[in-house]
Design a protein around this ligand. Sequence first.
Ligand SMILES: [Zn+2]
Length: 296
Amino acid sequence: MSDKKFTAVRWALDMTALWEVAAPGDRFPVDVEKIAMEVSASRYPKDPLKAIKGGSLPGFEGALYPLGEPRDGWAIIYNNSGISEGRKRFTLAHEFGHYLAHRHDLPDGIKCDEKVVTRRNGKGIEKEADEFAAYLLMPFDDFKARIPPTEKPTLEDLLACKERYGVSLVAAILRWLDYTERRAVLVVSRDGGALWSRSSGPALNSRRFFRTSAEPFMLPDESMAVRGDYDSDGRAHAVHPAGVWFPEETEEATICYKAHDWCVTLLHLPRELRYTPPLAYHTDDVVDRFTRGSKT
Ligand SMILES: [Zn+2]
């Protein structure tokens, strides 16, 4: 099969196989820059990646630019305005995914929206590039060996994965949400208002999610993210009774990044539904309450 027809995941598995040979026993964090430069030069000498560098890209997380007239190569630019090494690594992998899978369809290159890359919520080729990055940086086999699909990780477990894979905490949690068999919800908030949220498949199937596309909803007053009772590491943990976050007992682990003025909250719900309220009850009492911003 021509590699032009590879899917993003197939590309990631291909690059992972190469990296396992290049860095046996010491695969993580994956050196995306090294793989990208070496693979493009050896496989595609007529239009290789010639540069990977930081630049000012207001509103964008990264970009893939064509070089030369006629074109004889490409450059990856990442937004270097205060982003972490973890975000940078994911962005480089995302743009490398565009280079491998999409450059033939992008003669003018592409600039990638910050939210699409950090929240992994893009569509079409953006979704494909995000999948490529997630598969390359955080292979399922390795991640599942650390946190099996049925296991409930602590925030510390996920912070250890963030360190191992050299990504942001949010990227590590999103990857775990991709495969966990548990019901869990990620909420990213600022000043008590949720900016966005993501549920695991089992949580979504049991209708445990928050709508954040229209406007931010206010987190419950009782939540640790609002109360702000953090330890010296900016972390807080509590088990809330039914009715605080959801109609069932919910375990909350929150970490607050004061420097960035935002909080990352992970909610664990019980494995088995002990009580399944009618949809109307859930909609009226939880989702709508949040979306209205009421804290009754
Ligand atoms: Zn993109």
